[in-house]
Design a protein around this ligand. Structure first.
Ligand SMILES: Cc1cc2nc3c(=O)[nH]c(=O)nc-3n(C[C@H](O)[C@H](O)[C@H](O)COP(=O)(O)OP(=O)(O)OC[C@H]3O[C@@H](n4cnc5c(N)ncnc54)[C@H](O)[C@@H]3O)c2cc1C
Ligand code: FES
Length: 277
């Protein structure tokens, strides 16, 4: 159901709040109006604005999948005013939701290909629905390698799902941290180094990456060394956003608006945008 005024949020209720890491919470959000709930459809990669009333609203990638028709899920890292207010809310609180906005990961184009999903820190949030979709339709895709990295072991997001990801058919889960602790027996290395070590083949493959700009920069260098072409690398961009509708020009990169034309782009598209400057 489309709103007459897309700047007005739908009212929604926080069903559940789960601590994912010391500074990231998963919010399960139920839209209040049953008609809106039923018609609210979205794809992996799309985002919503969530408002903490009295404070403001911020964009967050949807980390649930629309076809399961469950509550909307967003993983929110506490960094400032709005995210701080959201973190202070308890289950049962009323929030606002605008969206869904943006384009989505081209999962149809991924079919039949090997996939290398690389996420750093909270950047892993928009990748979770990609993984869920692939695992729910496992026979449609080739080999799946998931690389999830974070600063420390307790900063790895979606830990409760690691066992089921690692046990899925033709799926490898690789975890890495910048710095371990006394209980960590896994890998200690920055994501770009792990990409180089894994030596993933670019043949009939797609790499999907999301994370802090510095991680993306150095991961791209390693993917290029492995032979990945720009058209085989997909990422999501973040930017300052106000409307989410391609109207306010807060989020433009060249002639494109991240909110409307993105946030999902191939590196080929990003290179073309940079050339336009
Ligand atoms: C399309 C899109 C999808 C996004 N998806 C997610 C998501 O799934 N989960 C999530 O947690 N965030 C996500 N973000 C980022 C999120 O929107 C911002 O973190 C949020 O708007 C910050 O609002 P605030 O009022 O809490 O911070 P502000 O009060 O505006 O900022 C406070 C301070 O934090 C800094 N800051 C702002 N954003 C970030 C950031 N992302 N990382 C580190 N420092 C920051 C600011 O520079 C400032 O110094 C997404 C952003 C976009 C554009
Ligand atoms: S947020 Fe307004 S144009 Fe993108």
């Amino acid at each position: 159901m489309k709103r007459d005024n897309p700047l007005l949020p739908y009212l929604a209720t926080l069903d559940e709040v789960v601590d994912l890491t010391p500074d990231v919470k998963l919010f399960r959000i139920e839209l209040n109006d049953p008609e809106v709930r039923e018609s609210f459809d979205y794809q992996p990669g799309q985002f919503v604005f969530v408002s903490a009333f009295g404070t403001g609203e911020s964009p967050f990638g949807l980390t649930s999948v629309g076809y399961r028709k469950g509550p909307l899920e967003v993983a929110v890292r506490r960094v400032g005013t709005v995210t701080g207010s959201l973190h202070d809310l308890e289950p049962g609180a009323i929030v606002g939701v605008r969206g869904p906005f943006g384009n989505h990961f081209p999962l149809d184009e991924f079919k039949g290909k090997d996939l290398f999903i690389i996420g750093g820190g909270i950047g892993f949030a928009p990748l979770r629905p990609v993984i869920t979709s692939i695992l729910d339709h496992r026979e449609d895709y080739g080999e799946l390698t998931i690389l999830n990295g974070a600063r420390t072991p307790s900063d790895l997001v979606f830990a409760p799902e690691f066992d089921s990801w690692a046990a899925a058919p033709r799926t490898k889960l690789e975890l890495t941290v910048d710095a371990g602790d006394e209980s960590w027996t896994g890998r200690v290395a920055l994501i770009p180094r792990v990409v180089a070590e894994l030596g993933f083949s670019p043949e009939n493959a797609i790499a999907v990456i999301c994370g802090p700009p510095i991680m993306i920069h150095f991961t791209l260098i390693e993917l290029k060394k492995l032979g990945f072409a720009d058209s085989q690398i997909v990422t999501t961009l973040e930017g300052k956003m106000k409307c989410g509708l391609g109207k306010c020009a807060r989020c433009n990169v060249g002639e494109k608006y991240i909110c409307r034309d993105g946030p999902v782009f191939t590196m080929e598209q990003i290179s073309q945008l940079i050339e336009q400057f």
